[in-house]
Design a protein around this ligand. Structure first.
Ligand SMILES: Nc1nc2c(ncn2[C@@H]2O[C@H](COP(=O)(O)OP(=O)(O)OP(=O)(O)O)[C@@H](O)[C@H]2O)c(=O)[nH]1
Ligand SMILES: [Mg+2]
Length: 475
């Protein structure tokens, strides 16, 4: 079979990243504290950029004059060139690009972690050829040098920020490149299909092999589509892992919703009063329940709204409940028949499987209608352990579904996969309608492009700023 290089045909795959296109990005020398600021035993200052090693060498005094060996820890004195004072005795390791985190020449200084020492070393570096690194700039350069793809860079950020096992799990599959490899496989399969199509376009008269070829393309694309669907399906669980289970507290006014929010958070976040209608807008807070991350949402009490503000608040409460993984439907022990009827209506509207009926203010008694309700009293600190167990069970239910298979945990990745899938649907529609191979190739190319956007191999500038902006300095 004559398979043409798709990169040279009209239906070529989108252009690659600057690094893989052979255009090496040259970064100017930069430096930043990579460890947390404040007093600590040791602090690490990271340097990277073209020509950074000779600049650093001028500021160090080592025991030997032999050239620094890369990737080996060495003792050195850090000197202030103004007065030759020894600022600190430290350890230093140098790296020769591309064998470094950024892919550039780089170094790491391990100095004593006092704010004065760190500040003075940075001050000297900035006065001698280095500039302060911007947030995420080390990882950004690693990306630009082709050391990692964009989804892995996003994973590194999440790894640093992970506070729970579930977040670590989601971050790791990105940071290790496991997710990227899956996306790359799918993209490669589409590129190969494009190559088949290109061959048909360029050699239209080679007769009876044509139908066979197209069915091969169809099979391949079908398989890619199935795998994209599977990835999309994993987002329900992946999102809970990375962002936390969304738990909304819902119910009539005065049922103790804000009190429960405060109790779970362990601080007075929401205003609590005896007046019905105290909470008007919703409040969302990340919260850890026995080591699991949840996004806890307190809402305005649902009732016939008294004014425009309350009306909007109640509408928001219902929208949020719609988007939630778990809805805590609250009714207090002294609730009237109207309150209970409203709770039942809400439960039916939102789907009983997502709702958990919670009886609050159990210190006032446990009415007969509340049989089977999870019973709590924030005031008497009763029943809260059972409520926590229910939340934990739901988080683990989602996260436990995440197997060794790659999964989607970011909205950005999900959106790109959805675009790719829509393009593949368009491909099948065009194919069923008997359209020209050129049009089929166009749809496949769009799908490949959408997958490339996850890896950052195309159209990246706009996403780059958005992603790296939220990094911490030194990463
Ligand atoms: N006895 C008793 N009172 C409680 C308990 N929890 C909350 N309350 C009281 O119930 C009243 C209403 O509490 P909130 O937490 O503001 O109720 P809410 O559901 O947020 O009310 P809205 O914001 O108006 O919808 C306050 O006076 C609380 O002190 C409880 O466990 N026992
Ligand atoms: Mg409230």
């Amino acid at each position: 079979m004559n398979v043409k290089d798709p990169n040279r045909s009209a239906s070529s795959e989108p252009s690659a990243s600057p690094a893989s296109a052979g255009l090496r990005f040259v970064g100017e020398p930069m430096a930043a504290l990579a460890t947390a600021s404040g007093a600590s035993a040791v602090a690490m200052i990271r340097l990277s950029g073209a020509g950074c090693l000779p600049l650093l060498e001028k500021l160090l005094r080592r025991r030997t004059q032999a050239p620094a060996q890369p990737r080996v820890m060495m003792m050195a004195q850090f000197i202030d060139p103004e007065n030759q004072a020894v600022v600190d005795e430290l350890m230093v390791a140098v790296f020769h690009g591309p064998a470094s985190f950024t892919g550039e020449d780089a170094a790491e200084l391990y100095c004593h972690g006092g704010p004065y020492i760190v500040g003075r070393i940075l001050h000297i570096l900035y006065a001698h050829g280095f500039r302060p690194a911007e947030p995420g700039e080390f990882t950004r350069r690693a990306f630009l040098q082709g050391k990692m793809d964009l989804s892995s860079a996003e994973g590194i950020k999440q790894l640093v920020e992970a506070q729970t096992e579930q977040q670590w799990l989601a971050a790791r599959q990105l940071a290790t490149g496991r997710f990227a490899r899956t996306i790359e496989e799918l993209r490669a399969s589409l590129v190969e299909s494009l190559a088949y199509l290109a061959a048909r376009i360029d050699f239209p008269d080679e007769g009876d092999t044509q139908d066979v070829d197209l069915s091969m393309v169809r099979m391949r694309v079908e398989k890619v589509m199935q795998r994209i669907q599977k990835l999309e399906d994993s987002y329900g669980s992946g999102r809970v892992a990375a962002q936390g289970l969304m738990v909304t507290i819902l119910g009539r006014p005065n049922m103790g919703k804000s009190t429960l929010m405060n109790t779970l958070l362990g601080r007075e976040r929401a205003i609590v009063t005896e007046h019905a209608g105290t909470t008007r807008d919703y409040l969302e807070e990340p919260c850890r329940v026995r080591g699991r991350l949840i996004r806890l949402v307190d809402t305005a009490g649902v009732r016939e709204a008294r004014d425009a503000v309350e009306k909007v608040g109640i509408a928001r409460a219902l929208e949020l409940a719609q988007d939630s993984d778990l809805i805590l439907l609250l009714n207090a022990a002294d609730a009237g028949p109207e309150d209970r009827a409203e709770t039942e209506r809400l439960e039916a509207q939102l789907g009983p499987e997502r709702c958990l009926r919670v009886l609050t203010k159990a210190d006032l008694g446990t009415p007969a209608w509340a049989k089977g309700w999870l019973t709590i009293s924030c005031q008497a600190e009763r029943g809260l352990e059972q409520l926590e167990s229910e939340i934990v069970k739901r988080v683990d239910g989602f996260v436990g579904k995440l197997s060794e298979e790659p999964f989607v945990s970011s909205a950005r990745h999900l959106a790109a996969l959805q675009t790719a899938k829509a393009d593949l649907v368009a491909f099948f529609n065009a194919e069923a309608a008997g359209h020209y191979d050129e049009l089929l190739a166009f749809e496949l190319q769009n799908a490949a492009r959408a997958l490339s956007s996850i890896l950052g191999t195309i159209d990246v500038e706009d996403v780059l700023d958005k992603i790296f902006r939220d990094f911490c300095v030194g990463k």
